[in-house]
Ligand binder design. Structure first.
Ligand code: ZN
Ligand code: ZN
Length: 314
């Protein structure tokens, strides 16, 4: 497991529990504002969340290469990576949060400063403005406030506890660097309200929390950046995708386990690495039928025979 996926487990299960509860007890699925919705509202594709096991079964070759009687397997869950998907939204949150956290942490390391988590609530008179305009105003005020750089996540709704309803209340969550005082002063001048959300246990947790009920809209990024140019380009941004055997270089094929004992790798856990070769087989794809058998007339033929039989009996 990479460090990134290790730290995602507990917070993501908390997020999942919260989302499930709110979905059940509120208008989560229906609420909408200028085309923005909450995450996890759309039906998944039929393959979302399904585990696939691929690997290289060339254990003889691996033996010759000094790796022992082992095969290489890669087991993963299919994901559409859509925020709206009821199955894949958690993966989406994890990815987005990981990427944003890396950028924020790199900047923090470079400057020795700590990020702050603020909420910027739009001026009540401007709440019906197009989100694009609100965003422009917000960026403009951030410039006046001399904010250094910020991750921005738009939230279209607020939750009313007594009624258990989400209702339109546009605001922005910021994980940013800069002077809180200056930001407060500048936004106050324009009738916006600033709230300090304080620190969570980690930047990653903060992002997971913010993204769990953020605004989602097609062709719109959930996390945008103010003064992105100040951020260090992180090298580990794109994890290299392993699509062929790292031992012998052969292409992966779909495989399955049919051994005497339970497989070392449970069928519903992501895994990647070498395992004992015993009990693993390739999934044989059914050979393509060159000429499809002609079933078309058989039911009629049967019916004809039956009718004939009846006629004869009469
Ligand atoms: Zn999906
Ligand atoms: Zn191999």
């Amino acid at each position: 497991m990479s460090p990134a996926s290790k730290r995602t487990v507990p917070i993501l299960s908390i997020v999942a529990a919260i989302v499930d509860e709110y979905k059940f007890l509120s208008n989560w699925l229906e609420v909408e504002f200028q085309g923005w919705t909450l995450p996890a509202i759309a039906e998944p594709h039929c393959w979302c969340g399904i585990f696939v096991t691929k690997g290289c079964l060339k254990n003889e070759l691996h033996k010759k290469l000094g790796k022992g009687n082992l095969i290489y397997i890669k087991q993963y869950q299919n994901s559409c990576n859509r925020a709206v998907c009821k199955v894949c939204y958690l993966k989406w949150i994890a990815r987005q949060a990981n990427s944003a956290t890396r950028k924020i942490e790199n900047y923090s390391k470079k400057t020795g400063r700590k990020p702050i988590h603020l909420i910027l609530i739009a001026n009540p008179k401007q709440r019906d403005l197009p989100v694009k305009l609100l965003r422009q105003r917000m960026s403009h005020i951030l410039k006046i406030a001399e904010a250094e750089c910020a991750a921005v996540v738009f939230h279209p709704f607020r939750f009313k506890e007594e009624k258990r309803l989400f209702y339109p209340w546009p605001h922005f969550h910021l994980v940013c660097f800069g002077s809180e005082q200056k930001i407060r002063k500048s936004f106050g001048k324009y009738g916006w309200f600033v709230k300090n959300e304080g620190e969570r246990e980690s930047v990653f947790q903060t992002f997971c929390y913010i993204l769990s009920h953020c605004g989602v809209k097609k062709r719109h990024q959930a996390v945008t950046w103010f003064r992105k140019s100040l951020l260090v380009k992180s090298q580990d941004e794109k994890e290299p995708k392993i699509t062929c055997c790292p031992v012998c270089g052969a292409d992966f094929e779909e495989i399955y386990f049919d051994g005497e004992y339970d497989p070392v790798v449970p069928p519903d856990k992501p895994y990647e690495g070498l395992v004992d070769a015993e009990g693993w087989y390739p999934v044989n794809t059914i050979p393509e039928v060159t000429k499809s058998p002609n079933f078309e007339y058989s039911p009629y033929k049967e019916l004809d025979d039956t009718l004939k039989g009846i006629a004869l009996a009469n």
